[in-house]
Design a protein around this ligand. Structure first.
Ligand code: 5RP
Length: 429
């Protein structure tokens, strides 16, 4: 068989950005260009026409994700210049058959996408019998965020069909060699290329990685390691964006400027003037935990100060968040320890022992349960529910990566409003 193909998925919504990025990807060695579903929904068949006319030597793939009216959609894409049209493998056999008939009539090929197919191995065999030209073992972007692995899917189907198989879904420089080693003929890459500030360089590196197949051995890190690594890289603002602009505590001020805290919450409920439970929580906290304290709206006494901070530092606690006051601020600032509080106040209370460690609390207007993840930086404090921590961390990384590319376009001279095409996307009344 010929050399494996690198297909770059242009999952963007603006055609001019897609054309620029496509050019950079082709310079980096992209073989095929995919007009991604968001681009088709935003710009229609014009996107296919423009890509074909700008890149006549590249195969153009129209990712229609067709689920009905197969003949009409394939005809539209074919007449606009697509070489390959993607249909949903999960759609009815009648849709696949009509798509294949139209494809034969208009001289294009059909790629069937296995996204959300419940029985991928069996369905891949059926799709081959129905006449499709390529099978795409695809884990969708939302599925990737929850940890579904595209190469697992690839391995389920690769030996079931004799037509070429594409691998898609979060493929990067690290996983592309595994896709080839597992038998993929086409590697489809979206985010790892189109969100990069150096599209040509990223494309080139993935192309080179594809030339050195290495058997895939599964993820290198545990989910918890991955969450920690991502949250250390992204900002609280990235995480808030990933949570649809939610999760942020109100009124929290960073005591030691320039510090950041990431870790799992040890929650403490105490009452104004009582510092026993906050200090006992230090003994319960493991290295890397963040102690989150509700002080029952007490701002006239501080449940936290320098000595508690030294104790935390000794235990490797990652940070302190107090819905209340902190004292000994001059000394704490010298320690450069990550603490967020509502206010400063020299009065300490008494260690009476009211309250609880490890219960659900409210802090800065957010509900926090033990084990929820906390990310705190100069912008503020965001709580990530533990049940969604992996997904939110991965979505935050997408936000972070998207901004890398936007920053690059700003550097080249566009305004933010131009890059985002704000006027076009304002909500119409
Ligand atoms: O079809 C798609 C999403 O439905 C994408 O094009 C495909 O998943 C490749 O993009 P990425 O590498 O970002 O996953």
């Amino acid at each position: 068989m010929n050399r494996p193909v690198l297909q770059v998925a242009l999952d963007l919504v603006e055609l001019d950005r897609a054309l620029t990025i496509a050019g950079e990807a082709v310079n980096g060695g992209a073989d095929w260009l995919e007009v991604g579903t968001p681009l088709i929904k935003s710009e229609g068949m014009r996107a296919v026409r423009m890509l074909k006319s700008a890149f006549p030597d590249q195969k153009i793939i129209a990712d229609m994700k067709t689920a009905d009216t197969g003949a009409i959609e394939v005809e539209m894409a074919a007449k606009s210049g697509a070489d390959i049209v993607c249909v949903l493998g999960a759609s009815d056999d009648s849709v696949i058959a009509e798509s294949v008939r139209a494809a034969r009539k208009y001289g294009v090929r059909i790629m069937a996408d296995l996204i959300s197919v419940h029985n991928p191995a069996e369905r891949a065999e059926e799709l081959e019998r129905l006449g499709v030209d390529y099978i795409c073992a695809h884990t969708g972007i939302d599925q990737q965020m929850t940890g579904t692995d595209s190469l697992d899917l690839l391995m389920k189907v690769i030996n079931k069909v004799s037509i070429p198989v594409a691998a898609a879904g979060g493929i990067s420089e690290k996983t592309a060699p595994g896709a080839i080693a597992s038998g993929a003929f086409i590697v489809i890459v979206g985010g790892s290329i189109i969100r990069s500030s150096d599209v040509s360089g990223s494309t080139r590196r993935i192309r080179e990685a594809m030339n050195q197949p290495v058997p895939y051995t599964g993820p290198e890190k545990t989910r918890e390691e991955e969450i920690l690594e991502i949250l250390n890289m992204v900002s609280s603002s990235n995480v808030s964006d990933a949570m649809h602009r939610k999760g942020s505590m109100v009124g929290m001020i960073s005591v030691c400027s320039g510090t950041k805290a990431v870790g799992k919450a040890i929650t403490v409920q105490t009452f104004a003037g009582d510092w026993a439970k906050p200090v006992e929580a230090i003994d319960r906290a493991g290295a890397g935990d963040v102690i989150v304290i509700n002080n029952d709206q007490g701002t006239f006494v501080a449940p936290w100060g320098e000595l508690a901070t030294i104790s935390c530092q000794n235990r490797g606690v990652a940070g302190i968040i107090i819905d209340g006051a902190v004292r000994d601020v001059d000394d704490i600032k010298k320690m450069h320890f990550p603490i967020w509080a509502k206010t400063f106040q020299p009065n300490a209370g008494e260690p009476k022992g009211f309250g609880e460690i490890g219960s659900e609390i409210s802090c800065g207007g957010q509900s926090v349960s033990p084990g929820d993840w906390i990310i705190a930086d100069e912008s503020g404090v965001v709580v990530i529910p533990r049940t969604r921590a992996y997904e939110i961390a991965r979505r935050a990384r997408e936000v972070y990566n998207t901004e890398l590319r936007i920053r690059e376009e700003l550097r080249r001279g566009k305004t933010l409003s131009q890059v985002m095409n704000l006027l076009r996307w304002e909500k119409k009344q």
